[in-house]
Design a protein. Structure first.
Length: 467
């Protein structure tokens, strides 16, 4: 769960955002915070820019988006190092994230020229459909993957002919601001893609409530997502919500245990990943072997300076997130623990809890830190029951050599993104989204652009009026 945007502490100056380096707690930058007036002015600029953008030939939109991608590619290392400073990501991960923005722009650019309607047979005439852009789209991005997830909404929305207003998370506005500068450098029209750093209960709410913002795309906590959905309902405004997760890793006795129990399935990005496989469900006949493998693997994880190429896990994003993780993992809790630095920075050691019940808070609630829960199951039916025993349904992994079992379980688990004998969850060319309280709608994949359009049906009569 990302921090509830509506509940950010405004005891600090509400007109500025202070960006801290999570590994050192040093101030990286102070950024002006947008208010409701700034949002309203941005919407008006975006609406004007969008009209010209939508009227442009699809090939011209595609060309400019490809130029935007090329410009991002020329600044990959700069963007990656900025991400390390504001989000505490490992430098290797940050380079991948900047490259993912480039790749998403290129993928979306290809769709701009292929946003085809349909010709539907109809008696007495000719019936065609068109995918019309929505207008101005609001994208509210999280702090855990600031660059890629911002691009998930921005790239297809632009390709489909919309303008985009991006509100980054309070703690991670810097890469978003730089991407907006690179968009202008690449030649995108002024006002078409704007970034509005600000607090959720000010700029975020203004964006959600604005009558001229046609759609909201939000990634964050389920609680904040529900409030956004309620507020959009008042305007019958469509939403795409990518919310929390508590993903299972179901490991049957015949699985390749070392691969299945890779600790980075729940430690990547310090566990700040809604797809993290934090519920490790292991068939009871191999439970002790699994615990031994995890003890060795977790103990070997190198936690430290995100800029050091040898580091395998970095800090949490903030003091608030560190306090949240500590709340779920008291010092007395039995488990497998690695090590983490002491001193400045928001550090928490990689942890696997081994004495939790299947319905404990740690086992069913999203912790959003480097913490997993190890639970045994008896048979296939018990595995499915445990995998589904949370309010979430975002992702998960299934490990079994029995192909029939893998297919049965993958159909039975209520989640939007499952991997068999793999921990991979997200590819920009395949759909992504959740069941239950993990969200609403789908992002990425071949249909991403249509999520930012309205389907218009046009019937043209061919009957001769003289007859």
């Amino acid at each position: 769960m990302t921090l509830p945007d509506w509940e950010i502490d405004l005891s600090v100056d509400p007109s500025t955002l202070t960006v801290l380096n999570p590994a050192t707690e040093e101030v990286v930058a102070t950024v002006p915070a947008a208010d409701t007036g700034d949002v309203d002015r941005a919407v008006r600029r975006a609406a004007e820019a969008q009209r010209g953008w939508a009227a442009a030939a699809p090939a011209d939109r595609a060309r400019l988006l490809r130029r935007f991608a090329d410009t991002v590619d020329q600044h990959l290392e700069e963007l990656a190092r900025l991400e390390v400073r504001e989000a505490g990501h490992l430098i290797g991960n940050a380079r991948w994230e900047a490259g993912n923005v480039r790749d998403l722009l290129l993928y979306a650019a290809g769709g701009a020229e292929r946003l085809n309607g349909a010709q539907i047979p109809a008696p007495g005439g000719w019936n065609v459909t068109f995918h019309e852009p929505l207008g101005v789209v609001g994208v509210i991005a999280p702090w855990n993957f600031p660059m890629p997830i911002a691009a998930w909404g921005t790239a297809p929305a632009l390709a489909a002919g919309n303008a985009v207003l991006l509100k980054p998370a309070e703690t991670t506005p810097l890469t978003a601001l730089r991407l907006a500068e690179l968009a202008l450098e690449a030649g995108l029209p002024e006002g078409l893609f704007q970034v509005l750093p600000g607090y959720g209960n000010n700029a975020g709410r203004a964006l959600v409530d604005h009558p001229d913002v046609a759609k909201i795309v939000f990634t964050g906590s389920s609680r904040t997502g529900r409030e956004i959905m309620e507020r959009c309902a008042a305007l019958v405004k469509p939403v795409t919500l990518e919310l929390g997760g508590k993903s299972p890793n179901v490991v049957f006795a015949d699985a390749d245990l070392p691969r299945a129990l890779d600790p980075f399935s729940f430690l990547d990005n310090s566990g700040q990943d809604c797809c993290a496989r934090t519920r490790v469900l292991v068939q009871e006949s191999v439970y002790e072997e699994a615990a031994a493998l995890l003890t060795e693997a977790v103990g070997a994880v190198v936690v430290g300076d995100p800029l050091d190429e040898k580091t395998q896990m970095g800090p949490l994003i903030s003091r608030q997130q560190l306090d949240r993780v500590r709340h779920f993992v008291p010092d007395s809790a039995p488990g497998i623990r690695g090590t983490a630095p002491t001193g400045p920075g928001f550090w928490f050691a990689p942890t696997v809890l081994t004495a939790e019940s299947a319905d404990s808070h740690a086992a069913v609630e999203e912790i959003f830190g480097p913490v997993a829960v190890l639970l045994p199951f008896t048979d296939e039916a018990d595995a499915v029951r445990l995998a589904n025993a949370t309010p979430y349904g975002l992702a998960g992994s299934l490990w079994a050599r029995d192909v029939g079992r893998a297919l049965r379980v993958s159909r039975a688990v209520r989640a939007g993104n499952l991997s068999v004998n793999s921990h991979s969850a997200v590819r920009y060319w395949t759909p992504f989204g959740g069941f239950k309280q993990s969200g609403l709608g789908r992002e990425l994949g071949p249909d991403a652009l249509t999520a930012f359009t309205e389907t218009k049906n046009v019937f043209i009569s061919t009957e001769d009026p003289a007859q």
